[in-house]
Ligand binder design. Structure first.
Ligand code: SF4
Ligand SMILES: [Zn+2]
Ligand SMILES: [Zn+2]
Length: 309
């Protein structure tokens, strides 16, 4: 069996054992992303697409590829949205990368910060509330991304989630007996369509993290591996390490996990589609409960600040 794609030096090995050079890998990767977009019907003929841009390798890769797509299809417009959570020494660096990329590529970038929108940066919130950083960070980020995407009249919002991220989420939900959260996973996020929600899509759904890293490196998109200081506290980081270990011992583990999940996903969506979407009594955004999670945490922040004063 021929293992190398051609006589050029290989830069990456696939789980199948095949080794690819820079140019064959770039073709392989881009074809995989376009195939994912077609297979899951992620992008229509006419879109005002948003890309959630953190400035890390995944979101820069998605933006880089969708920007090319947009140049070939003028009916697909691209905007980038970045959220500045307020994590000193981390987000400032990745945001600088995001701004630099959008300026060079002439892409409109909208930046929204926790400080302006919620009154405090994440670092300050974490000094006040006794919560896991990623829990509150994720709730506020999803809230802002959805609200701002809708206000900007974006038809869909693409994120940089890759196969490893999805695989971790599937296992995390399983381990925490939170299968309803898995029903919201998949290349098209969510269970039911609703005017309050902007559809989120994951064009890198079938790309492994190491493939995204290689693509970002080859295309000059790689950041300097700045990692959020809060990630060490996360359950996700532990699941990530277990899965990386399994993948090393049994190549193909991550693909198998996600592929088998995709087979049961339609059944999960069917099972949980009855969940009512309400409107938050405080902010008017979509919510599963009378008051949305973002407003619950904002209220807790306000109470704690009053107590401190
Ligand atoms: S690792 Fe956690 S705290 Fe850091 S940006 Fe991600 S979700 Fe937020
Ligand atoms: Zn080659
Ligand atoms: Zn609310």
């Amino acid at each position: 069996m021929k293992m190398n794609c051609c006589s050029e030096k290989p830069v990456i090995g696939l789980p199948s054992g095949e080794k690819l050079c820079k140019s064959h890998f770039t073709d392989y990767f881009e074809n995989k992303v376009f195939k994912t977009i077609r297979q899951f019907d992620l992008i229509g003929r006419e879109e005002n697409l948003g890309v959630a841009l953190s400035g890390g390798k995944d979101s820069l890769t998605v933006l880089h590829i969708l920007n090319h797509l947009s140049k070939q299809n003028p009916k697909i417009r691209i905007n980038a949205i970045a959220i500045d959570e307020g994590i000193a020494g981390y987000r400032d660096k990745t945001l600088a990368k995001a701004i630099d990329f959008c300026t060079k590529n002439n892409i409109e970038l909208h930046i929204f910060s926790y400080k302006e929108e919620f009154g405090l940066p994440l670092d300050e919130m974490l000094k006040i509330l006794d919560v896991k950083p990623c829990t509150i960070c994720g709730i506020f980020r999803r809230y802002l991304l959805n609200k701002k995407s809708r206000e900007l009249k974006l038809t869909k919002l693409a994120t940089g989630h890759n196969l490893d991220d999805e695989c971790q989420s599937i296992i995390m939900n399983q381990l925490k007996n939170n299968i309803e959260a898995s029903a919201r996973l998949g290349p098209k996020v969510g269970i039911i369509q609703n005017d309050k929600f902007v559809q989120r899509i994951k064009p890198l759904y079938l790309c492994m993290e190491k493939e995204v890293t290689a693509y970002a490196f080859i295309n000059g998109l790689l950041d300097d591996f700045t990692e959020c200081p809060n990630v060490v506290h996360s359950f996700r980081a532990q699941v990530r390490d277990i899965l990386n270990d399994m993948e090393q011992k049994f190549p193909g583990t991550k693909y198998s996990t996600v592929n088998s999940f995709l087979q049961i996903l339609p059944l999960l969506k069917q099972k949980f589609k009855g969940g009512m979407i309400k409107v938050c009594l405080k902010c008017n955004e979509a919510s599963a409960n009378d008051v949305c999670n973002a407003c619950v945490y904002l209220e807790r922040l306000k109470k704690s600040i009053v107590k401190v004063e």
